[in-house]
Write a protein that binds this ligand. Structure first.
Ligand code: RB5
Length: 141
């Protein structure tokens, strides 16, 4: 189950992400918003809690820049939210950081790239290398 959250700045791009998830039969839980003007921290935290508490395995967050919503999500213990605007970062953050939430900027990237980033993020496994496990445990301290 993938937790989704966005503000008004990310709403349009989130509809493209939803199309991708549905086309690939991937289950999601949409925490909103639904296009209205909202405050992004609420959605970052809702998705962060869903992932940290194990309700959802991963999360996807979108605001205008992806910055505010990723900062909010990263306040939740256990969340490793990575703001990505390219596929290399999406792959690396799964392999190295075991990122469990992806953030993107709806006013930064287009739908074609965003869907590729989502696809990369969801289909890349954590490397489990000892050095990466050690470094992640240092973040959690
Ligand atoms: C909302 O206008 C905008 O501030 C928000 O979407 C986001 O970019 C914040 O980081």
């Amino acid at each position: 189950m993938i937790a989704l959250g966005c503000d008004h700045g990310g709403y349009e791009l989130m509809q493209e992400v939803i199309k991708y998830l549905e086309a690939n039969n991937l289950e999601y839980k949409n925490f909103g918003c639904h296009g209205e003007s909202v405050d992004y921290p609420e959605y970052g935290k809702l998705v962060g809690h869903a992932v940290a508490e194990g309700v959802c395995e991963k999360g996807i967050l979108i605001c205008g820049t992806g910055i505010g919503i990723s900062i909010a999500a990263n306040k939740i213990k256990g969340v490793r939210c990575a703001l990505c605007s390219d596929c290399f970062s999406a792959q690396a953050t799964r392999e190295h950081n075991n990122a469990n939430v992806l953030a993107m900027g709806g006013r930064v990237i287009g739908p074609g790239l965003a869907v590729k980033i989502v696809d990369t993020f969801l289909n890349t496994e954590f490397s489990n290398d000892e050095r990466h496990v050690r470094r992640i445990s240092q973040i959690e301290d």
